[in-house]
Ligand binder design. Structure first.
Ligand code: PMP
Length: 374
């Protein structure tokens, strides 16, 4: 089996597994007063510190959640506490933010505007008043791998204007260096299972002094911002994976760039959607590779690759496969000269540093064989 669907979920890393197994030997509630509870609390706080250090945050700025979906919902909900009169989101936001932000705008009768990738990366072209707004920007698009210049955008608008700004770094974390201080961001979402941590745990970073409203009420865990007993083993595993990924960003980027070239250079009929210069200029990440395959629909191709070749990749985003009316147009691919409807012919290969050059080659060969036979 070859697994190249890491943008959906990346299999758990041995270091995360080991840390979790150790932690699971002594299950206790981190809010309990006894020795076992204190031990669990210590593990939880160690993990919080590790995660915080990886993004240059303070431990008290880290709220553990059940994943990026919850973190995005919490971020949009949190905005209600602020004096905002409009909502802006990137047009390639994950559904969990897009829907939550739409509800925020609907319930509070605020105008809702989508910003294109161009507008976010060239903010001087945007003739918009950003004052008193809630803004959310997806840092890395999960289908094309396009990177948003969040820092540039914030620098351009918000040195002078007051707003509440969130970024979804779910597809960026572990693949690029992120420093929340430099970014000057108010809130940031990310998730464990995209970087080799366990499923079902995520983070909302909330900058110190940002007064937010919880989404889940109860026993006041996580500073009262996310009630519910913390899943300590999962959080500990998440922290181990995060440490491993954040310590090796440059080394892993080199490895993945090599996989990217081997794979894309070996394709015949099929062609990568994102041109190489986007990757060299760091406008796109090399670990997410959308590929246009003419004459064959992506769902069929993904099934053949899985059933006949034992290769796991995806047709766009895994999250959309649960939607009854699947997304049949995707404006972001216009950036590369494709029609939004071409999304039906685009597959997504996504690598982790654990993939090998042989695997990259084998995937390309399998795709070539299939396209040759059509
Ligand atoms: N945001 C982005 C950009 C994502 O790619 C995903 C997962 N596909 C999510 C949020 C949701 O993550 P989770 O599965 O942790 O809820």
């Amino acid at each position: 089996m070859i697994y190249a669907d890491h943008a959906a979920t990346s299999p758990i890393l041995p270091c995360a597994q080991k840390a979790m197994m150790e932690c699971m030997k002594y299950g206790a509630n981190p809010s309990s007063q006894h020795a076992m509870g204190v031990w669990a609390k210590e593990k939880l706080e160690e993990a919080r510190e590790t995660v915080a250090n990886c993004i240059n945050a303070s431990p008290e700025e880290i709220i553990f959640t059940s994943g990026a979906t919850e973190s995005n919902n919490l971020a949009a909900h949190a905005a209600k506490k602020f004096w905002i009169d409009k909502v802006y989101v990137s047009s390639y936001e994950h559904k969990s933010m897009e829907k939550a932000a739409r509800i925020l705008s609907f319930e509070n009768r605020l105008p809702f505007t989508k910003l294109s990738w161009r507008e976010i990366n060239k903010p001087y072209l945007l003739n918009k008043n950003m004052h008193n707004s809630f803004v959310s920007i997806n840092m890395v698009d999960s289908i094309t791998g396009l990177i948003s210049d969040v820092q540039g955008f914030i620098h351009y608008f918000f040195d002078t204007e007051e707003s509440i700004i969130h970024t979804d770094a779910t597809q960026a974390i572990g693949h690029m260096k992120i420093d929340v201080d430099k970014l000057n961001i108010d809130m940031m979402t990310f998730s464990s299972h995209k970087i080799g941590g366990p499923l079902g745990v995520g983070v909302l970073y909330v900058r110190k002094g940002t007064d937010i409203e919880p989404l889940i009420y109860g026993g006041n865990q996580e500073n009262g911002l996310r009630s519910g007993t913390e899943n300590v083993p999962a959080i500990v595993g998440f922290a181990a994976a995060m440490q491993e990924r954040c310590n090796n960003i440059d080394k892993n980027r080199k490895k993945i760039k090599r996989l990217h070239s081997i794979f894309t250079n070996s394709l015949k009929e099929a062609k990568p959607v994102v041109q190489n210069d986007y990757i060299t200029k760091r406008h796109a990440t090399p670990h997410i590779i959308p590929v246009f395959v003419p004459n064959i629909e992506n769902d069929a191709l993904v099934s053949i690759l899985s059933d006949k070749y034992g290769i796991c990749i995806s047709a766009g985003s895994a999250c959309d496969s649960n939607t009854k009316h699947k997304k049949h147009a995707y404006p972001l691919i216009e950036e590369f000269g494709f029609h939004p409807e071409d999304i039906r012919n685009i597959i997504r290969v996504s690598f982790s540093p654990e993939n090998t050059p042989q695997e990259a080659l084998q995937i390309a060969k399998a795709i070539n064989e299939i396209t040759d036979s059509f």
